[in-house]
Design a protein around this ligand. Sequence first.
Ligand SMILES: [Zn+2]
Length: 155
Amino acid sequence: MEKKENYVIMDEVTIPYELAYGRTWTQFFDGFREEKILGSKCPKCGRVLVPMRSFCPRCFEEISQAVEVSQEGIIISWALTEYEYFGMPTKPPFIGALIKLDGSDTNFLHLIGGIDLSNPEQVRKTVKNGMRVKAVWNPEKKGHIMDIKYFEPVK
Ligand SMILES: [Zn+2]
């Protein structure tokens, strides 16, 4: 049997949407406006969750207590991204990392910056798990995750 060619239309679908932050995330991002990183403290297990949560995903307890955590912490894991694809938070190259802030019991996903990212080999020698980093704030605050520009290595 003769092989038939499949016709394909390439197109993009754009889906505009609005996401209401709700009470907990509004409080979290209001903290950013004052350069504060807030966590939710579970009344049952005592864990501090960053970003803030309205309930503890382990105990299913409702959380109303907010505590300020440190702007410094350690890198738990990280990845250097060099390829651009749809929906990225920023232009590559960039480092996405899980950061455990002092006073927090969870890992916070953000960017590592303030270092030269042009040479991947050098990046691998510079960035290590367990490395201490601190928040660098954007001067202009929008109540958005990118109010923190990135986390940079602590000298
Ligand atoms: Zn809990």
